[in-house]
Structures are given as C-alpha cells and as structure tokens.
Design a protein around this ligand. Sequence first.
Ligand code: URA
Length: 212
Amino acid sequence: MRLHVTEHPLIAHKLTTLRDKNTSSPVFRQLTEELVMLLAYEATREVAVHEVEIETPVAPTMGTALAKPRPIVVPILRAGLGMLEGMTRLLPTAEVGFLGMIRDEETLEAATYANRLPDDLSGRQVYVLDPMLATGGTLIMAIEYLLERGAKDVTAICILAAPEGLHKLADAVGHRAEVKIVTAAVDERLNEHGYIVPGLGDAGDRLYGVVD
Ligand code: URA
C-alpha cells in the first residue's frame, strides 16, 4: 500500500474552510468538489494511457490518450457522492459504479447495502471516493471487494485520514502494492465515537444535512 498526503497551499486553505463548523452546506459541497479535483490530479498520475497520432493545424504529432478499458470511479454512498462531481470533471470518460456502505455507530463495523458495479473488473483501474478514512473498515471492505473481482489497481481518494484507519488498512491490504491512498491530511486520532479529530464532523451530514 502506498500513502500520498498531498501538500499544497490551496488544498490546505480549502481544507481549513471545510473543517470550520460555520461553513454552510452549499459552500461545503462546492469546496469538496474543488478539493477532489486537486486530489484527483495527484491520484491519477498513474492512470493508463497510450500514444496516439494526431494532426495539429500545423503538423502531425504524437500525443497521449487515456487507455481502454476506461477507469472506474466508485463513490461510497452516501458521503462519497459529494466527491463524484469533482472527480468526473477531471475524468469525464470514466465509468461510474456505486457501493453503498454504512457503519454501525456502536460496533463501528461496516456493512454493504447497495452495489452497482460490474462483476468482472479484470484489468480495470478503480478510483474509490470516500471522504473520511476513519476506522478503515469501510475502505478495507471496498478494496477487498474490488481486488477480488480482478481490479488491476485501486486508488482511494479521501479528504481526511486517521492514523488508526491507516494502520488497519496497512495490516489488511498493506502487502498489496496496487493499493494507493491519496489524502489531503492525516489527522491526530479518532475519538471514542469513531470521529476523526480534529476532522470536519460527519461528512455526509455536512454535505446533505441530517436525515433522521
Ligand atoms: N465519518 C465521518 O463522516 N466523519 C468522521 O469523522 C468519521 C467518519
């Protein structure tokens, strides 16, 4: 497993506003989109490409195009959905699949409740979108699921990560070089409710409001 913490003043600036409890949902959504575009730029450094021959108005030349099969973007519902727009802006030709996962707030165990993905992911590059890598349970389940179905490599894009979740992930899939985590920051720790500290609160609630 490889971890990339993206260091950039613009990312740090947007992340600070995102963390602020006074930031409204519309601004939070907009900033998430912008932040994901910046993280996605880093996360797609190894996206598969091939050479193509084109003609400019002046001369023929060789260029670069995304290879096939196309990458798949998989937001983890619900909060990962808030990252989809930013990701597809950068990768408009990517396919989009969905994984619905929820964690039990008492046991903090993750469970799958929805799945809209091809059964066969052989040779596919997959980008998983999950804003908060907290305990790591959800992401471990998602990554194992994708690799079992033949994904060539899996890159998880997370806005924030906790050291506890990163350690758990490293224990579960750390031996696999084809797993990469790209995040804007690794925070201090998890609190007793499994929230990232200082974090930004419940990403789903901040994006979409509280659903009772
Ligand atoms: N999920 C969130 O939305 N926030 C956290 O801090 C941890 C998990």
